[in-house]
Design a protein around this ligand. Sequence first.
Ligand code: KIV
Length: 272
Amino acid sequence: MSIHKESVKRVTTHVLSEMKLKGEKISMLTSYDYSMATIVDRAGIDVILVGDSASNVMAGHETTLPITLDQMIYHGASVVRAVQRALVVVDLPFGTYQGNSKEALNSSIRIMKEASADAVKLEGGSEVLESVNRILSAGIPVMGHLGLTPQSIHKFGTYAVRAKEEEEAKKLLEDAKLLEEAGCFAIVLEKVPATLAKKVAESVSIPIIGIGAGNGVDGQVLVIHDMLGITQEFSPRFLRRYHNLFAEIKGAVETYIGDVKSIDFPNEREQY
Ligand code: KIV
C-alpha cells in the first residue's frame, strides 16, 4: 500500500475502536527514528509504538529501566516527524508515572507537547490507576500494558509467560476492565496464554493488542528490530522473523570494506 500525503486519512483512537467493532485486526510495530518510521508508516501500519524497548535495541541496555523521559521524547519527536498516517504512541519510561499521579501527568504533558505524540502508554493495572485517571483527565489518550510488563522485571525475576495461574489471570482480567472503565483506548497484552488473552479481548470493548498472546486478540505488535532480524539473541516462541537484516547489512558492510581496501570504490563514475 502506498501512502500519498494529500489522500492520507490519519488513524485515530476512534478508528481503532471502529476496527475492533468491525473485527478488523490492528497492526502495530515499534519505531524509534525518522528513517525507520518513514518506511513503517508508508507500508501502511496502523499504530507506531515508540517503545521503551529503545533502551534495549537502540541503546544496548539489558532492560528497559535506564531510558529517560528526555530520551523517549527525542525518539518520539523523530518518529512523529516521519509519520503521515499511523497513530503514534510513546511509552512513559520507568519512574515517570508509578509513584505520583502529578508526575505522571507532567511526564505525559511533556511527551504530548515536545514529541507531538498522539497518546502515551504505561504499564500496570490497579497500581497505576490514579496516574491513568489523572493523565486521562487532561485529555491525553492512554494505552495500557498488562501481562509481562518489562519495567517490573526485577519484581518478576524472569521474562517467562505471565498469568498461567488462576489468581494472576483473575487480576489481569480485572485490571483490563479497570483500564477500560477509566477510559484507556487500548491495552497491550504481553506474553500470556492465548486462551486468557482471547477472554480478555472478548470481555472489554477496547482493542487488545497482543505480543505473545495468540491470535484471539484485536491486533498484534512486535519490536521492529526483532521482526526484521536485526537483533540476533532474542528468540522467543512468539517472534516471527520476516527478514535476516543482520546478515544482509553485515554482508553489505563486508563488501564495502573489501571494495575500499581493493580501491574498487570509488570508481571513475563515482568521483568528480
Ligand atoms: O517497549 C516496547 O517495545 C513494548 C512492546 C514490546 C509492546 O512495550
